[in-house]
Design a protein around this ligand. Structure first.
Ligand code: PRP
Length: 182
């Protein structure tokens, strides 16, 4: 069976994603200047595709860096325990930082990352997430830029996985419950 058969419906099409990401980039273009020279920190693995599309629309000078973060023992729900598997290369002291995420769900991952970053005394830290699922929030997170609010459904595609699959789908889809209740 094809992975496309595991998708119940397309929540956000490829075109809708691309249009909104261009708009979101313009919001950021209006906010940051060359002098700010922010570091965009891509939280892997989920945000890889979003970062790649977003950065191509940004007009201000910026740097890119990557962090590999994982919620330990995650199944279909966030466990709240965060592990940093690969840390930043950049020294973010006195730098403007933009954290790029695919989704903010409970907020626990970002809450942990924010604490970790603030200890390094950056000039500013802002959050840019493609998807925002406020109905599931357990920790308050200051989301500065986001693409779409999504309902409490199991979303995959465009970087987001279930059991490491579906990240390559060019759209955001809802997974059939039969796939993860098996
Ligand atoms: C996902 C996502 C966020 C986090 C959001 O990462 O990329 O980092 O969960 O959930 P939260 O707001 O409830 O903490 P995941 O641990 O699945 O790793 P991945 O990015 O490698 O898929």
């Amino acid at each position: 069976m094809s992975m496309y058969d595991d998708i119940e419906k397309i929540l956000i099409s490829e075109q809708e994603l691309q249009d909104r990401i261009a708009e979101l980039a313009d919001e950021m273009n209006a906010f940051y200047t060359d002098a700010d020279r922010p570091v965009l920190v891509c939280i892997l693995k989920g945000a890889f595709m979003f970062l790649a599309d977003l950065t191509r629309h940004l007009k201000f000078r910026h740097e890119l860096d990557f962090m590999v973060v994982s919620s330990y023992g995650r199944s279909t729900k966030s466990s709240g325990i965060v592990r940093i598997l690969l840390d930043l290369e950049t020294n973010i002291q006195d730098r403007n930082v933009i954290i790029v995420e695919d989704i903010v769900d409970t907020g626990r991952t970002l809450s942990y990352i924010l604490r970790h970053f603030h200890a390094r005394h950056p000039a500013s830290v802002r959050i840019c997430t493609l998807l925002n699922k406020p109905s599931r929030r357990e920790v308050e997170i200051p989301v500065d830029f986001y693409g779409f609010k999504v309902p409490d459904e199991f979303v995959v595609g465009y970087g987001l996985d279930y059991a490491e699959e579906y990240r390559n789908l060019p759209f955001i889809g809802v997974l059939k419950p039969s796939v993860y209740t098996m």
